[in-house]
Design a protein around this ligand. Structure first.
Ligand code: ADP
Length: 158
């Protein structure tokens, strides 16, 4: 059974992430989405909230599971018999960021990274930009799954 891990901050999950998950789930028998406790990023949602929103957004996909990852991604993959990491690429800048991480994961975890290119209509979707648009009062419903749009609205009303 071929399993792959799609790790990320998912703060929050966007339609770009969902597309990568859907496409990867057609290539592998099982996709584990790993919501990382990324301390270097200034988050809008807690780890538990991000996990719940990913779960709600992929609920219809039977071969996708969602977990939280507290330590090293490579360690999680090794501990769970996963040999492939999935990441999405929107542009060359993403590749510049991803390449050393992928190489490091090869060295420390003997892991392969498979990159899927973002769909053209998703290349401008970034969690950070969507948060900025929402915080400025803009409508983000066309960029994120419905449960995320609702959660962002609730968060910003507080
Ligand atoms: P991280 O903090 O680990 O980069 P993100 O949630 O920002 O976590 O991104 C997780 C993965 O999803 C990364 O590989 C990123 O390049 C990819 N990604 C982000 N936005 C999109 C998008 N719109 N289309 C395709 N892939 C994306």
């Amino acid at each position: 059974m071929k399993k792959a891990l799609f790790p990320g901050s998912f703060d929050p999950i966007t339609n770009g992430h969902v597309d990568i998950i859907e496409r990867a789930s057609e290539i592998f028998d099982e996709i584990v989405v790993g919501v990382a406790n990324n301390t270097s990023k200034n988050g809008m949602f807690s780890l538990a909230e991000r996990e719940a929103l990913v779960k709600a957004s992929v609920a219809s996909q039977t071969n996708v599971s969602v977990v939280t990852i507290n330590g090293l991604t490579a360690e999680y993959a090794q501990d769970h018999g996963i040999q492939t990491i999935i990441r999405g690429l929107r542009n060359a800048q993403d590749f510049m960021y991803e390449e050393p991480i992928a190489q490091m994961n090869t060295v420390i975890g003997d892991l392969d990274t498979m990159f899927l290119l973002a769909k053209p209509q998703n290349t401008m979707l970034a969690s950070s930009m969507i948060k900025e648009v929402a915080q400025a009062g803009g409508d983000v419903t066309e960029f994120v799954p419905a449960p995320v749009a609702k959660a962002m609205q609730q968060k910003l009303m507080r």
